[in-house]
Design a protein around this ligand. Structure first.
Ligand SMILES: Cc1cc2nc3c(=O)[nH]c(=O)nc-3n(C[C@H](O)[C@H](O)[C@H](O)COP(=O)(O)OP(=O)(O)OC[C@H]3O[C@@H](n4cnc5c(N)ncnc54)[C@H](O)[C@@H]3O)c2cc1C
Length: 587
């Protein structure tokens, strides 16, 4: 039976996608900067305050606030952690503006972070950093940030479109500017085009195409898949960050893959193999406090060595720090482990590397502008600030800093953007047709396809990669794409048709999985999160390049661009000569 497709149409001035740290800060800053009377619309796949990963932030927020720490030191750690691939102007702005943003969070938004007995913000150690700079609220920092931001946004005259899933960026006919965004109103199943003068995308990436992963289920790379179809360049797409300590609680629970925070290792947590021996010092002199990529590879290598079918991962142990102390300092983590039958405070917990964060994203400038007039990108959807590796604590700093930056830029740009643009009706019709495809097929099991993709990405494009493995992975992704093309969804009701949304999730994940794999094949060296067993060397830092992926029609192309060392060159530092190498307090 042919389905009748109507599109509701709706106009606004500033349209913001996503209600994580990026989206909510963009709303607040756009409201402060834009001319009086500007209409702002916030559209979210989930519910405001309840979705995305900012809410899930456990460890905390990196900011150089004192005790000898400086913006320069934070910047150098970010560049060295990213193995000289970050866009240095973006990394600088991240570190500099984090200081402003954390004050804003406390003084204007109403967050309360933990304090020292002297009344200073308490800052804890995070792996791979030369100062204790991570501000936090226990180990539930994201809930504090998002709850307070949500209160601010909900109390303002902003249009809220909840359970509205963006499915296409709709350009003008010449393709140079954005005209609006096509959504599915998930509650009714109706299509809705929202035209806007400025659009900010903050849909938060999210590498949920891996067997073990941490991000929230609403994140399925929709933003990057839309940007790819719209012809925007995407950078660093091979850079998937694995967090070393994902909980391993069995195959049939979503608790598997959830993250046990970095602060555990920062506080002195030990990683043990099945024989109860510490092994990380065999891989790095910093032991468990090495960066996430190094620790993930250490755990993965030990997993390969282990021949015990009963034991898949390695173990984290905290008991030597005193069970009472651990219970007090990491109450959220202790409870999470207890829910899955583990005693973090007095026993040991099985862990596995888990896909956590996506460093790749849309190419933007430090003001969050993209190559498409009127389109801005911030947060985990934007590439550049982290290069090949994100430091723990720089994720939420990045989303809140750049969400605010994007809000300010849009507010300013509104002064010169007088009118709404007309959409390319052909692109609009093509996006609707694409979304409706599964209704032409016989209903089938989409979940099975998701498992296949997750296995393929974990096995062939995971923690350690080879050319042969990735070429095999590309073949597996192509097969899954073909299977999705003939997979169907029951059309009897489009309202809250979650199988339809699973189908759309899979379409985004498959598109971006292919880009990750192609970019990983393009990079013939090992940097940060990307490790190739057939090209284990990092290469000369002075010859650093980043990969750029673009799509024209069905053709995906990859190229390399030289990193511009605009602030500091490899081998140099911007820290004064007499600065100590590390300011990390002894544990
Ligand atoms: C378990 C966990 C712990 C973490 N801990 C830390 C930490 O301690 N420190 C740190 O710095 N970082 C941490 N991070 C990373 C951090 O959460 C992210 O870097 C950051 O918060 C991302 O913010 P964002 O605004 O870009 O995206 P998110 O906060 O993920 O928000 C994305 C938003 O986009 C919406 N969306 C998605 N798709 C669509 C669509 N198609 N249409 C409309 N809306 C859409 C989602 O519903 C959501 O509202 C952690 C991440 C996880 C998963």
């Amino acid at each position: 039976m042919p389905l009748k497709i109507d599109i509701d149409r709706h106009d606004t001035d500033i349209l913001i996608l996503g209600s994580g740290g990026a989206g909510l800060f963009a709303v607040l800053h756009a409201q402060q900067t834009a001319p009086v009377g500007t209409k702002i619309t916030l559209a979210v796949k989930g519910l405001i305050g309840k979705c995305g990963c900012t809410r899930m932030v456990q460890g905390g927020y990196n900011v150089a606030l004192g005790n000898g720490d400086t913006v320069e030191r934070h910047f150098m750690d970010t560049i060295q952690g990213g193995k000289w691939l970050p866009n240095q102007d973006m990394a600088w702005k991240l570190c500099e503006q984090a200081v402003v943003r954390v004050r804003e969070l406390e003084n204007e938004i109403g967050c309360f972070f933990d304090r020292t007995p002297e009344g200073q913000l308490h800052q804890k150690a995070f792996a791979g950093q030369t100062a204790d700079r991570t501000v936090h609220k226990g180990d539930l920092t994201g809930i504090e940030i998002i709850n307070r931001l949500m209160e601010q946004v909900l109390s303002r005259p902003v249009e809220k479109l909840q359970e509205h899933r963006a499915i296409g960026l709709i350009p003008t006919r010449d393709g140079a500017s954005i005209a609006g965004v096509l959504f599915i109103d998930m509650r009714t199943g109706r299509f809705r085009l929202v035209r806007a003068k400025c659009v900010m995308m903050g849909t938060g990436g999210g590498p949920t195409m891996y067997k073990y992963h941490t991000p929230s289920g609403d994140k399925t790379m929709d933003g990057l898949a839309m940007a790819l179809r719209a012809g925007l360049p995407l950078r660093d797409m091979e850079m998937v960050q694995f967090h070393p300590t994902g909980l391993l609680a069995g195959d049939y629970t979503r608790m598997t893959g959830t993250v046990l925070e970095e602060g555990l290792r920062g506080a002195g947590g030990q990683l043990l193999n099945a024989s109860g021996n510490r092994f990380m010092f065999e891989y790095d002199q910093r032991g468990e406090r090495a960066t996430r990529d190094v620790v993930s590879r250490g755990i993965y290598a030990e997993m390969r060595k282990s021949n015990n079918p009963e034991q898949k991962g390695m173990f984290i142990s905290m008991s030597h720090l005193g069970p009472e102390n651990v219970r007090k300092k990491f109450s959220g983590m202790v409870k999470r482990c207890a829910d899955s039958g583990f005693d973090l405070a007095a026993g040991k917990v099985e862990v596995v590397p888990t896909a956590h964060y996506f460093m790749g994203g849309v190419v933007v400038d430090p003001d969050a502008r993209t190559a498409m007039e009127g389109l801005y990108v911030a947060g985990e959807d934007a590439g550049g600030a982290h290069g090949s590796n994100r430091l723990g604590g720089n994720g939420v700093a990045n989303s809140t800093v750049y969400g605010g930056v994007a809000g300010d830029t849009m507010g300013m740009d509104m002064r010169r953007t007088r009118s709404l643009r007309d959409p390319d009706e052909e692109v609009l019709a093509a996006e609707v047709e694409r979304a409706m495809r599964p209704f032409a097929n016989k209903p089938s099991n989409i979940q099975e396809l998701r498992h296949k993709l997750q296995e393929a990405m974990w096995e062939d494009v995971g923690v350690m990669r080879t050319g042969d493995g990735m070429r095999r992975g590309l073949g597996r992704i192509a097969e899954i794409r073909d299977e999705l093309a003939v997979a169907g969804v029951d059309p009897s009701s489009l309202a809250f048709n979650l199988t339809w949304h699973d189908w759309l999730n899979m379409a985004s994940l498959i598109d971006i999985s292919e880009v990750i794999t192609r970019a990983a094949l393009e990079r013939e060296n090992s940097r940060g999160a990307h490790f190739r067993e057939d090209f284990p060397e990092a290469g000369d830092m002075n010859d650093s390049y980043f990969t750029v992926a673009r799509k024209a029609g069905d053709e995906l192309s990859l190229s390399r661009e030289d990193v511009q060392f605009t602030i500091v060159r490899p081998g140099e530092t911007i820290l004064p000569e007499d600065e100590p190498e590390t300011l990390v307090a002894a544990q």
